[in-house]
Design a protein around this ligand. Structure first.
Ligand code: FAD
Length: 354
């Protein structure tokens, strides 16, 4: 009999899992608590750090050509053709993925929230469940590990701002690592007249935790000359890069933010949600779910360990450490895109992060 999978969540992780599972001939139901694309909190940079995913099939606004890491002066790093960063309209991208899943036979049930009681029942009515409900996940509510997600998290506040962003330069995004706290701010334009502007701080020490994020964000607007611009939307959230001890709970597999797979260095997690979602579907199809943690680790382990180590060194040595790295654009590019020999130089690769 055809295996049945229930997927919780219609974000990047759940949709990627649904498409892959349907392509492999599985019977799939996807439950989304709102409608697909609702309530997205994201800077909308699709950063293919491992070079596995390639250009998104839809929703692309432009390919990023340069990243400006400079606070006071320009510090431009060329992304080039070998590395993939795209600015996307995430709502359009997710809706298009949902349509693809539907066309492949996935039953997409919107406005269908799953709570821990429903999850308990679903464990017996479906062969497998992929929990892609983000952080904290529905599974963590059932098994009581919600607090894990806030360990090592990046706390973010973001404005969607309307104004003229042509000063950034063509197809350029800006990420500035901050001297007075362990974190960063970013300007990710979605075109010439609208941008996601945000501040992220790592949830590491008391001083950092006490930082008043909204004030910091308003200071960024002033510093960047955006204080006259119109703020369309404000959001505050976090990205988890903690160590989720178990990724498989009986017949439930955690993917994406539910598995706390965000970058500890810049908070991004779309790419790892897609990768883990696809992998979970493939291992279900081949009856190998027990291999999920090891296989996933084989793909993303080095990257996550390296980024965690860089963040710890930054925390320990302070801003001069990260400023030193920024002096060498190739090094920064190597860290973000996990290019050899950077992991080896920094001595990473053996310690597990989950
Ligand atoms: C301010 C901010 C900016 C960011 N910018 C970037 C960026 O530029 N690039 C990047 O790569 N990453 C970025 N991230 C991280 C990125 O958004 C996440 O890593 C990514 O969305 C994870 O995808 P996911 O599918 O695992 O979870 P989510 O995107 O959180 O999707 C979970 C889905 O599950 C649904 N859901 C939740 N609970 C239930 C339930 N009980 N029942 C049914 N459905 C449920 C939700 O409605 C949602 O649709 C950012 C995060 C923040 C907070």
């Amino acid at each position: 009999m055809q295996k049945s999978i229930a997927i919780i969540g219609g974000g990047p992780g759940g949709l990627s899992a649904a498409v892959r599972a349907a392509e492999l001939g599985l019977r799939v139901v996807l439950y989304e608590k709102g409608h697909i694309g609702c309530g997205i909190t994201c800077a909308e940079g699709f950063i293919d750090t491992l070079g596995i995913l390639g250009k998104p099939e839809s929703g692309v606004l432009f390919k990023v050509e340069k990243v400006n890491f400079g606070a006071n002066k320009e510090h431009l790093v060329n992304v080039g053709d070998d590395y993939g960063i795209w600015m996307i309209d995430r709502d359009a991208w997710q809706r298009s993925l949902a349509k693809k899943a539907h066309d492949l036979g996935v039953s997409v049930k919107e406005h269908y929230p799953i709570d821990k009681h429903r999850l308990q029942e679903m464990r017996d009515t479906h062969n497998y469940i992929i929990d892609a409900s983000g952080a904290p996940s529905v599974t963590s509510r059932m098994y009581g590990f919600i607090s894990t997600y806030l360990k090592n998290a990046t706390i973010l506040a973001q404005y969607s701002v309307e104004g003229d962003f042509s000063f950034l330069g063509k197809n350029t995004i800006k990420i500035v690592y901050e001297p007075h706290y362990v974190g960063y701010y970013y300007i990710f334009p979605k075109g010439q007249n609208i941008a996601n502007v945000g501040v992220g701080k790592f949830h590491l020490n008391k001083k950092n935790r006490a930082l008043y994020l909204n004030k910091e964000l308003n200071d960024v607007l002033i510093k960047e000359g955006l204080d006259g611009y119109r703020v369309l939307k404000k959001v505050q959230s976090f990205t988890p890069s903690a160590s989720v001890a178990r990724l498989v709970w009986r017949n439930i597999l955690l993917v994406g933010d539910a598995a706390a797979l965000c970058s500890p260095l810049y908070g991004g997690g779309i790419d790892m949600a897609c990768i883990s979602g696809r992998l979970a579907a493939e291992l279900i199809a081949s009856n190998q779910i027990s291999l999920y943690p090891t296989r996933l680790w084989g793909i993303i382990g080095k990257k996550l360990t390296m980024e965690k180590r860089v963040r710890s060194l930054w925390h320990f040595f302070g801003y001069p450490f990260i400023r030193g790295i920024l002096r060498y654009p190739g090094l920064m590019r190597g860290i973000i895109f996990n290019k050899r020999p950077i992991p080896q130089i920094l001595g990473f690769g053996s310690k597990r992060v989950f």
